[in-house]
Design a protein around this ligand. Structure first.
Ligand code: UDP
Ligand code: MG
Length: 319
């Protein structure tokens, strides 16, 4: 039986037939140099070129390379999730198939992890991409994500990252959220570090993404901010706003009641009446929305059997 791998390398791959021979050679050399048992999990994300045939040939020669083949193109995030689910290593590393990341940087990620970090992210200091369509959107997105999530990284978009097994097994990703893993993982209380890595121009084929990705990333960011700050208790957000508007409306109506009942003035024509009623109705609406969202969250956690906490250590009574 083969040794349990210390490192699992997960690679999402879509139509990269030309890159595969170089990928096998470079990655194998880098992993052999680590002198630890490893496995490579390639997720063929519905490629329509000869990728799968080439991968299959590699798997036959070297069974440490597992291939998961999707039925159709599900996207890079889905590929990473499938790889995480299959990974057996204590540390899981993600890397792109096009060799824009340099496999020799994996050693650096693992060394940093030894210092006690749970996630180590690559930072492409010298990016080999066009400025306006790639680097500028990326710089602003990284700034925004860092500011809003509190997890400060220079390069969320870099696929080359290493995760402790527990992190990889517990993040739930959908849509295009893989770049947000460090921010989402921070919810578990993990320590995140970053190290500079080499970035190289794409040698074969073309990028699978266009400019539209920029907008998707910004929309995803809004979703992530909500998840990070209020996911647990939506009632706090909606309820807080509801209490404020409802309270304000209540005060207005109280004042109008005084005007009508004690001072005996006519209030029927006053715009304030409308405002007061509006605010009270709005407040009630918001509190009930909060309650419903709260119940949805409970169902979410219960249905997935997800813990609402993550334990770092448990010092047990010795048997
Ligand atoms: N990829 C994938 N599914 C997709 C799109 C991309 O698995 O639907 C893979 C792709 O093969 C590569 C990685 O994700 O290994 C990053 O894609 P790409 O190099 O096109 O992105 P870029 O480097 O231009 O940001
Ligand atoms: Mg690339």
């Amino acid at each position: 039986m083969a040794a349990t791998p210390a490192v699992s390398v997960v690679i999402p791959l879509y139509n990269e037939e030309e890159s595969i021979p170089d990928l096998y050679a470079e990655l194998s050399a880098a992993l052999e140099a680590l002198q630890q048992p490893y496995e490579v999990i390639i997720v063929d994300d519905g490629s329509r070129d000869a990728s799968f045939e080439r991968l299959k040939a590699i798997h036959t020669r070297d069974p440490r390379w597992q291939i998961i083949r999707f039925r159709r193109n599900f996207g890079q995030t889905a590929g990473i999730m499938a790889g995480f689910a299959a990974a057996a290593g204590a540390v899981v590393v993600t890397i792109d198939a096009d060799l824009q990341n340099d496999p020799r940087d994996i050693a650096g990620l693992l060394a940093k992890m030894q210092e006690g970090y749970d996630v180590v992210s690559g930072w492409r200091v010298q990016r080999q991409e066009p400025f306006f369509t790639r680097r500028l959107p990326s710089i602003s997105a990284n700034w925004l994500i860092s500011r809003t999530t509190g997890v400060r990284l220079h390069d969320y978009g870099c696929t080359l990252k290493a995760y402790q097994r527990e992190v990889a097994k517990n993040v739930r990703l959908y849509g295009d959220l893989h770049r947000f893993i460090p921010a989402l993982a921070s919810q578990m209380g993990v320590q995140v570090a970053e190290i500079p890595v080499n970035d190289r121009p794409r040698k074969y084929g073309r990028s699978k993404y266009g400019i539209s990705r920029t907008f998707k990333v910004f929309l995803d960011l809004i979703g992530v901010i909500f998840v990070l700050s209020y996911f647990n208790r939506p009632l706090r957000v909606f309820g807080g706003a509801g209490l404020f508007t409802g309270g304000l409306g209540g005060l207005i109506l109280l004042y109008l009641s005084y005007e009508r009942l004690i001072a005996g003035r006519n209030i029927g024509e006053r715009p304030l009446l409308l405002l007061g009623v509006l605010l009270v109705v709005l407040g009630v609406q918001m509190i009930s929305t909060g309650l419903i969202a709260d119940m949805l969250m409970r169902t979410y956690y219960e249905a997935q059997g997800r813990p609402t906490y993550f334990v770092r250590e448990h010092l047990r009574r010795p048997d």
